[in-house]
Design a protein. Structure first.
Length: 405
């Protein structure tokens, strides 16, 4: 929802009702991840996407109906063998979509959540998608220090709400979006249980950081593709004649400093989503930087250079005391073997390796295999109701099935 938050807040500020359809469960070869959203305003204007086109029309109509009725709905879209081109996913996957009407002022917790998302404040929106403990769409807005909204008061509800807030806060700290399944007593569950609740938690955190060390021509191309992938990008180089905003207009910041010293100054702002691209291939800069970087819990650390440079660099890092396990985290020479020559081609190679590392891709041509195109990530959760799968692949129901309402 974060990518369409600006439009949602504009509608909200004008007091206009709208409906938001959010992907809350995915299995199989579905086109969008959990959290993808489509919103439809009172005048019929649509923003965002939940499927890349497969079921957009049907979801649009559900949004219009939800705005008129004021009632949320949970809908499953799957693949129907009897009519592959009916409303559904011809790719064979399954999407669970929560369609929720929003009337400004009617739900203070959701109102507050939308405002925090638009302001860029780290926040988790936890909405009920199944379970008798609370109505569909009930929202808890959770930040690092407080929360807004509540579950309906009933025996055991206080413990369940505390667990929901704690679970959503933990997911916010990790930057995760996915399902949170709790028993009636608030205990975490692997699957839904009678009396419990399943919430879909959307974590909205600042963009992940990409640190590009080495203000060279290849860096400019890496900056551009890093921004395209949604990173907050910094270029750092100790040489002021090269590290200029004019040379890197698309970078969020250009820093003149020794790489290792700048890294040391950023420790509180780095996390498990941060990627480092070391393009200097100069041991004066590389070794002290990589000695620190490979000991941090970062997502990706890659370094440019020839195979000879890599061997010499690895030897220097071993001499500095790095273990083989720490050295194994270094992606060097940086990027995938695409036969890249130009800075732009090299940037594609680097970006491809970053995406493959993040998503668990095998780096093979898609045509070379016969498995799923999209890699399911356990932390994002599968389609709601997968535990009851028994009729069809991944528990899929025919397209447009109404069984989850």
């Amino acid at each position: 929802m974060q990518d369409i938050a600006e439009q949602l807040l504009a509608w909200h500020a004008l007091g206009r009702p709208f409906a938001v359809a959010t992907v809350v469960g995915v299995s199989g070869s579905a086109p969008r991840d959990p959290g993808a959203a489509l919103a439809v305003g009172a005048d019929g204007e649509a923003v965002g996407s939940v499927s890349g086109g497969c079921v957009e029309g049907a979801v649009y109509e559900l949004c219009r109906a939800a705005t008129a009725s004021g009632e949320p709905v949970l809908e499953r879209f799957g693949y129907g063998d009897e009519d592959a081109f009916a409303v559904g996913l011809t790719c064979g996957g399954v999407l669970d979509v929560l369609v929720q009407p929003v009337v400004p002022g009617a739900d203070p917790a959701l109102d507050r959540g939308l405002a925090l998302v638009a302001a860029g404040t780290p926040v988790a929106l936890a909405r009920v998608v199944t379970g008798p403990a609370a109505p569909l769409g009930t929202c808890l807005t959770v930040t690092a220090g407080t929360h807004h909204g509540s579950l309906p008061r009933s025996p055991g509800a206080a413990a369940l709400e505390r667990a929901a807030v704690a679970g959503a806060r933990a997911m916010l700290e990790a930057g995760r979006t996915g399902r949170l399944v709790l028993g009636a007593d608030g205990s975490p569950c692997a699957e839904e249980r009678h009396g419990g609740v399943t919430l879909f938690v959307e974590s909205y955190v600042p963009a992940p950081r990409m640190l590009v060390f080495g203000a060279i021509d290849f860096a400019a191309a890496v900056v551009r593709i890093g921004k395209f992938l949604g990173y907050d990008v910094t270029v750092c180089d100790a040489r002021p004649v090269f590290a200029t905003a004019r040379r890197f207009p698309e970078a969020d910041r250009v820093v003149v400093d020794w790489p290792h010293r700048y890294l040391d100054s950023q420790l509180d702002l780095l996390d498990g989503r941060t990627v480092l691209c070391v393009l200097t291939h100069d041991s004066r800069f590389d070794l002290p930087l990589l000695e620190r970087a490979l000991r941090l819990p970062l997502s990706y650390v890659g370094a440019m250079g020839s195979r000879r440079t890599h061997r010499e660099r690895a030897a220097g890092l071993r001499a500095a005391g790095l273990t083989e396990a720490e050295l194994a985290r270094l992606r060097s020479p940086i990027g995938l073997d695409l036969g890249a020559r130009t800075p732009e081609e090299t940037a594609v190679s680097v970006a491809a390796e970053i995406v493959a590392h993040r998503r668990g891709g095998g780096c093979l041509p898609l045509g070379a295999g016969d498995g799923p195109i999209h890699h399911d990530r356990p932390e994002d959760g599968g389609a709601i109701g997968d535990r009851a799968a028994g009729d069809g692949a991944a528990g899929a129901r025919p397209a447009g099935g109404r069984g989850l309402r």
